[in-house]
Design a protein around this ligand. Structure first.
Ligand code: SF4
Ligand code: SF4
Length: 55
């Protein structure tokens, strides 16, 4: 199951920079993960300062 970013996102952009498949983009009020592209590596969860990405 692909990772999902919660409303806790503060839009710092750290996750998008770390994602190896560029699945993360800036959305409306938070960053969003493209579920079809995400390979579930967990890198976004590892760098997020507020723990917003989870699966
Ligand atoms: Fe990208 Fe990995 Fe996060 Fe999926 S789990 S969005 S592949 S960094
Ligand atoms: Fe949002 Fe966390 Fe990604 Fe920063 S690292 S943009 S707070 S999900």
């Amino acid at each position: 199951m692909a990772y999902v970013i919660s409303d806790d996102c503060i839009m710092c952009g750290a996750c998008a920079a770390e994602c190896p498949v560029s699945a993360i983009s800036e959305g409306d009020g938070k960053y969003v993960i493209d579920a079809d592209t995400c390979i579930e590596c967990g890198a976004c969860a590892g760098v997020c300062p507020v723990g917003a990405p989870s699966n």
